[in-house]
Every structure is written in structure tokens, then in C-alpha cells.
Write a protein of this length. Structure first.
Length: 228
């Protein structure tokens, strides 16, 4: 069975080019020109990766990813958009995006980024891949953080970052090392998105006061777990 991708692009010419090139790579592509029809398709189909524009008729990309994340925190979502402003990029990551590519972009770059997510999803994870973080049980394979209350469903990027912190407890991790390990690059914008993700993890872990993600200004972060 072919890997199925969801592409949402309202520019008919660009949508055709993206669809055609992805299909030449051997992937199956569902192309939609507005957010409403894409949301209907998402509820009815299973996709390996979703590629969204921001400026879409009927339901924009931000509203669409909010809908997607309410029902699925795991599927990778990449934005393909002409909106290159920092505010839009940070907003995309806050709403659960895994990646953000600005137009114009090269097809080779798009292939590479999609390939990263597909390879990651193919890696078998042991059912015992569960990590105790204070009073939380971090279930890596199922993208869950189980606390005293209900479980928190994480995105893949949140899982990658928390797993990196958990594997390096009490150690200072430099910002550039975190960015390269989780995002594959260390440019300025990704540094801002890292701050967003750290803030989200702090919020998820706030029930246990022993757990802290400390910021060493200008250097990096240290994940600590105080003794009882």
C-alpha cells in the first residue's frame, strides 16, 4: 500500500506541481483547495503526513491544524506557505506544527523533510519504551504523558524534545545541540520555536514541582528532577 499524503493548497497550478512531484516519488496524494474539504477528507482517510497552506478559503491552515490536533497529535503536519513572518511561524508551532517551509521552496527540500518524518514513523519502538519522570509516566511509543489526571497527548516534536531532556537529566544542553538533535538545524528562527516548545513542556509538567526545565540564558537548558 502506498504512503498517503494530504496536500492542502488553493493555488491550482502550485497544487498540481506539488501533487505531480510527490506522486513521481511514489507517494499517493490527496489534493484539496480549501480547509473544509481537507478536514472532511482527514476525518475519513488516514494520512502519513499533512502539508498545509495557511491562507486557505473556508477554513484557514491555523484552524485546520487545530481541528487535526484535537483528534490526532501524532500525524506530522508541515506548513507550506508564503507567509514568512516570524509571528506566523511561531503561531504555527504553537498550534502543533512539526515543520514550516516558506515559498518558494525546492522540491528536493520538501522530499527530504517528508522523508525524515516517514523514516521516523517506520522505526519500531519497544513497548517497554516508557520513562518515569517524577510522578509522570512518559510513554514514548504512544506519544503520551500520563500524570495524576488524564493523559496528555503529545506531538512528535514534543516527544523528541522531552525524550532528549529525559536522557540528559541534570546536564546542561546547549541550544545549538538541542536544535540539531530535534530539528536538524540551529538557525535563529528555530531557536525561537525551541522556546515555544520548552514553554509547552513546562506547562505539561507543572503538576510535579520536582521537575524543572531551567534556562541558562544564552547557553541552553537543564532538565532537573529534585529528590523527594
Amino acid at each position: 500500500m502506498k504512503t498517503k499524503l494530504l496536500v492542502v493548497e488553493d493555488d491550482a497550478a502550485l497544487g498540481f506541481i506539488i501533487k505531480d512531484n510527490l506522486e513521481l516519488k511514489g507517494w499517493e496524494v490527496d489534493l484539496h483547495a480549501d480547509g473544509e474539504s481537507a478536514w472532511k477528507a482527514f476525518r475519513e482517510q488516514s494520512y502519513a503526513v499533512c502539508l498545509l497552506d495557511i491562507m486557505l478559503p473556508k477554513k484557514d491552515g491555523f484552524a485546520l491544524i487545530e481541528n487535526i490536533r484535537k483528534v490526532n497529535r501524532q500525524v506530522p503536519v508541515l506548513f507550506l506557505t508564503a507567509r514568512a513572518g516570524q509571528k506566523d511561524k511561531l503561531e504555527a508551532f504553537k498550534r502543533g506544527a512539526d515543520d514550516y517551509i516558506t515559498k518558494p521552496f525546492s522540491m528536493e527540500e520538501l522530499f527530504f523533510r517528508i522523508g525524515v518524518f516517514l523514516r521516523r514513523s517506520e522505526v519500531p519502538v519497544s513497548v517497554s519504551d516508557k520513562i518515569q519522570l517524577g510522578s509522570y509516566l512518559f510513554d514514548v511509543s504512544n506519544l503520551l504523558l500520563q500524570g495524576k489526571g488524564e493523559a496528555i497527548r503529545l506531538t512528535q516534536k514534543e516527544v523528541d524534545l522531552l525524550k532528549l531532556f529525559a536522557a540528559n537529566r541534570e546536564q546542561l544542553l546547549k541550544r545549538e545541540d538541542i536544535l540539531k538533535a530535534v530539528w536538524g538545524d540551529d538557525d535563529y528562527f528555530l531557536g525561537r520555536s525551541l522556546d515555544v516548545f520548552v514553554s509547552k513542556l513546562r506547562k505539561y509538567l507543572k503538576e510535579d514541582e520536582r521537575l524543572e526545565i531551567l534556562n541558562q540564558f544564552g547557553v541552553g537548558f537543564r532538565f532537573t528532577e529534585k529528590a523527594r
